[in-house]
Design a binder for this molecule. Sequence first.
Ligand SMILES: [Zn+2]
Ligand SMILES: [Zn+2]
Ligand SMILES: [Zn+2]
Length: 163
Amino acid sequence: MLYYNIMLFPNPQHDHAHCTADLIARAEFTCARRGSKLTHQRRDVLACVARSHAAVGAYDIIDRMAEHGTRPAPITVYRALEFLEAHGLIHKIESRNAFVACSHSHDGLPAALLICEICGTVAELDAGAVTAQLSLAAAAQGFRAAHTVIEMAGTCGACAGGA
Ligand SMILES: [Zn+2]
Ligand SMILES: [Zn+2]
Ligand SMILES: [Zn+2]
């Protein structure tokens, strides 16, 4: 399924507090459903990743956490990031070694990440069909795909000066 009409990049003037509240609610729901614990620290890491829709590196996340508490050890932050990624609440951007909050619930279905090289904003496209096609082409080569990453770098509409 392709979205041509729904704008996936957030409007720069949008109410971001709403995004954060939605994501924290989703985190609570997901953890409760899976019987895992959204500890204070995991929630804090999630809130720090989700401060904007731009990709953020682990050390910037640590800096954000240190602004309102003691500076966490990197290993605890990496563990929390792994937990959040496993629960589909954040995505790792492999090409940048950075993280972004998941902007929509896609129940583990693959998403292609569109990364703006100017403002860092990341949007997600449903990539289920594309990934299935790639896996079939790989299978024809006798290759068994285990993990597929689709990332596109470019310029978002707002940075390009488009409407
Ligand atoms: Zn937002
Ligand atoms: Zn996502
Ligand atoms: Zn941009």
